[in-house]
Design a protein around this ligand. Sequence first.
Ligand SMILES: Cc1cc2nc3c(=O)[nH]c(=O)nc-3n(C[C@H](O)[C@H](O)[C@H](O)COP(=O)(O)O)c2cc1C
Ligand code: SF4
Length: 433
Amino acid sequence: MSYPTKHALETPTLLSRHQGDPAVKTLEGWRGVGGYETLRHAAGMAPDDITGIVRDSGLRGRGGAGFPTGLKWSFMPKDDGKPHYLCCNADESEPGAFKDREIIRWTPHLLIEGCLIAARAIRAGHVYIYVRGEFFQETVPLTDAVTEAYEAGIIGKNVMGTGWDCDLTVHFGAGAYIAGEETGLMNSLMGNRAEPWAKPPFPAQAGAFGMPTTVNNVETLATVPMIVDGGAQWYRQWGTEKSPGTKLWSCSGHLVNPGNYEFELGVPLSKIIFDVCGGAPGGKKIKAVIPGGSSTALLAGDELDCDTTYEGLQEAGSSLGTASPIVMDEDTDIVAAMRRIAQFYAHESCGQCVQCREGTSWVVQILQRIEAGDGKPEDIGTLYDLCEQMTGRTICVLADSVVFPLKSSLDKFRHEYEAKMTRSPMVAAGAAG
Ligand SMILES: Cc1cc2nc3c(=O)[nH]c(=O)nc-3n(C[C@H](O)[C@H](O)[C@H](O)COP(=O)(O)O)c2cc1C
Ligand code: SF4
């Protein structure tokens, strides 16, 4: 497949360029644009050579943490004689994110191709695509594409006549946020409750079915064929040294033009929000943006001139996460917004860790009473204490995911919390006493 060069594109569309074209959903259509030629080539390559290209490209995992993909693959054992698995994480559970489902819906063969190339690199003989059960519309094209690819000898025994065997199964989850966490996902895949486990063991040591496993996000895997085809330096035309390439951005909230967009990593966040998405409807000011999906720290409206790289958003005090900015205009009630986010996490906590199970529901209770004008004088201090207790102490980072937006909102919009507190008869009584 021939991929565009930087000069040919003002706005790069590497991942998204076939989205919206129903013709490429079919095997014939995908082959018509050069699809599966990279797989044919990669199936004859040495696994470590594939890993080397992906490592040199600097691709970082698109599931939220930004872990270098080639490095992750290199953790898989080489001559252990055990079955290896690749799990494609298609749970897409982060509030604000809606980009993986579009890859699945429009370019299912691209995802299959990426999965098989990654499987070759990590010496896996079986790929599981773990899909959120509610994605019915999206998974029909995916399951159709898998059937077509099996029938054409692209998946299964003797992949494309290369003598290499690799199976692929689409597995449906039941729509729990925690099933997107990689160890929760593998537990769910094995028929257990989707409860994360404490690491070690890491997935590359003992993952699905106790065997060496790599878990990668849909967007990560869909990027792999073009990197293997175009080469590491070609991919590095876009982005920065530490954040190479392009990225899909799911932009939602108070925007004139919400939607999915592909950008070179590094464009200013303000350009995405104002120039492309048109700012807030009615010319309203933007009060805050949660840039990377609901589990990242909130930026105030005057902090949007940061670069959209992993390092740029970290410097700005937040993180790139799943690149899913949720925009809140000047009329947004920050306390109500945080209460709603906290309710989501309290509902989705798997309950194994006290700090998460109890902490998330206490946060909800406190925010509810502040919002209702019944806040107690000590409530803001208690919320800060809870943030402290819920950080870095649990099996997975769901508890931390509440803390990032909550603590940043307390730091930046404390006056909104206090304004509701001063309406409270309990605070008034406390002040009088
Ligand atoms: C609570 C929680 C939910 C997650 N949900 C998802 C998800 O829906 N999709 C995803 O790709 N990664 C999700 N992740 C991240 C995965 O654990 C894992 O890091 C990722 O799938 C690895 O893929 P990558 O290296 O390609 O980014 C979640 C993590 C946590 C802690
Ligand atoms: S942090 Fe929460 S979701 Fe994660 S394992 Fe502990 S209780 Fe479960």
